[in-house]
Design a protein around this ligand. Sequence first.
Ligand code: NAD
Length: 692
Amino acid sequence: MSVTYEIRGDVAVLRMSNPPVNGLGIATRRGLVESLDRALDDDAVRAVVVTGDARAFSGGADIREFNKPEASQEPTLPTVIARFERSTKPLVAAIEGLALGGGLELALGMNARVADSAALIGLPEVKLGILPGAGGTQRFPRAAGLEVALNMIVSGEPVKAKRLAATRLFEKLVDSDTVGAAVEVARGMVGGSLPRVRDMRVEHPNPEGFLGFARGAVAAAAASYPAPLKCIDAIEAAVKRSFDEGILVEREAFAVLVNTPESKALRHVFFSDRAASKIPDVASDTPQREVRRVGVIGAGTMGGGITMNFLNAGIPVTLLETAQEPLDRGLGTIRRNYESSAKKGKLTAEQVEQRLGLLTPTLRYEDLADADLIIEAVFEDYAVKKAVFEKLDAVAKPGAILASNTSTLDVNRIAALTARPESVVGMHFFSPANIMKLLEVVRGSATAKDVLATVMAIAKKIGKTAVVSGVCDGFIGNRMIEQYGRQAGFLLEEGATPQQIDHAAESFGFAMGPFRMSDLAGNDIGWAIRKRRLVEQPDLIYSKTADLLCEMGRFGQKAGKGWYDYKPGDRKAYPSAEVEAMVAEYARGIGVPPRDIPDSEIVERLVYALVNEGARILEEGIAARASDIDVVYLYGYGFPVWRGGPMFHADSVGLFNVLASMRRFAKGHQGSDWEPAPLLVKLAAEGGSFNG
Ligand code: NAD
């Protein structure tokens, strides 16, 4: 039963029951209408309360119905709400847990609302590039006031019910027995006239002024995110027009938004995010190992950030270093990071001490004996890692998971150093590790399923979005970014400047273009990796301008000069005549004449280089699904969210078109790089797409 029916004296209580959050799927919508009819037909019933459970009144539309015909099957949510609004008996919502999206819209169609003061209230539709489409843009401003409603609709951020106490939204806020209070409110309305939100007026002393201000505030993002402006249009209709006209404006805006590429991309991101946590051959009920205490080895850039993740989640960490000096330095950085958060008001002094209190620094491996998960973040050098893993294997307790944060080394080779390869896994964090959301979980050929299940769960606990990658050079993210970086280098050789390439990438929506990014990370890092790789692969193809740059000591921001010039105390990148001269001379030397390169070609070459390598990663089974690759790029590499990730973007352009561009690039400079991945060729021929 998706809606249960109970009688409390002369009041019927309709209780939604569609776990986990009472999504308003077709069965629930039908159940609501049928139960209401039953209550209206029963002369002994004088009023009705609609509720959910302690976890949720309703989380809104049932996401399992997204893009399925059930979503538009009658009774649709607007139909249910219209029926509720016409009820001849008082109808009161009793809200606990949360009322989001369609759940809140349903409550707004009733005569009154009673909420637990801690319940979460919101209209998050804008985050999917749409707007509340069941009257939310019309009823919510009437009930909550123009400013509160507009801020919540345009941001999509939920708030606690008690923050809305000053508005007309709730008849009553309670701290216990919400249903009991709602029953009393409903009873009190019997015999009186029934208030309806649709009959209220939107209150504000200067609606014109406020709407103008709000438009200005969201206009900057308007092209990439059309939904917020449409939300304001609909809210303006709530202020200026009749209720029924306003509903039409909302409907029309919804129909436009739901078909925009931005909304399709945002919905793709929403589902990709959820899909990433599922591993096809690891059942969701796989038993997990318990992780009560974590060990981290190496208190450098990554080790410190990784440690903070666990401390933030209340999990004690033992942090090991080789000597007191680097240990103290690492601890100092962690403390400073927390203190700076405290200064910004993000943490209290007490919370800082609480977190630091969970941290045990050490120089002795024996202190890791009781850790359930140990993450290694020492120098990226196989010999150093080898020594660490051999010692770890000796001291770690049976069943402890041993993880490496390596960016480039072979996790299978590391696993083979131990007598427990099934307990070894890669946990590839991104810098800064306490901030970046992405975690690549690298699955070795021997990694046990319960280890994977445990690591995925712990990732969630520390607020990361984890994606599983097979073992290969660079895993998903860095393997692809290498191709992107190569194209950036070849574009330089052909006559584009770093600033032109960065500008093109940033106009496409990347947070930072390839050269500014490289200057930030340090150009010497890639240089060191290339030197190592050239030993094994002397014919490695890439633009040597990157090496020449390092030979000039231009390591990036930290050196005050890289692809750009920097001034002390200023992070702004200034074009460098020295770099341009070096690149031009190099290009002359290899016989590449400069040409004007359109920005569109720059963007296509950068992005399709990612796509082509992504297609290989997919067909080799390194990534389980195209959407996992998208998630890696969205959360780890600043790919524009509203484009849905590189693979989704390629699908939107059309794989036939992507392939045609690649074939064109194959005729140009370093064209051999454009050998298309067989999977791409196959899908393009079939008219298929990566994301199915
Ligand atoms: P780092 O040089 O900042 O820190 C390494 C730390 O390990 C140093 O404090 C060093 O004293 C310590 N250390 C070295 N040998 C040790 C040993 N035997 N036992 C204990 N501690 C030891 O390096 P980092 O940037 O933090 O990188 C660490 C690892 O993370 C590397 O494998 C790297 O590839 C990987 N990684 C780095 C980044 C990044 O952006 N920096 C991103 C992802 C992964």
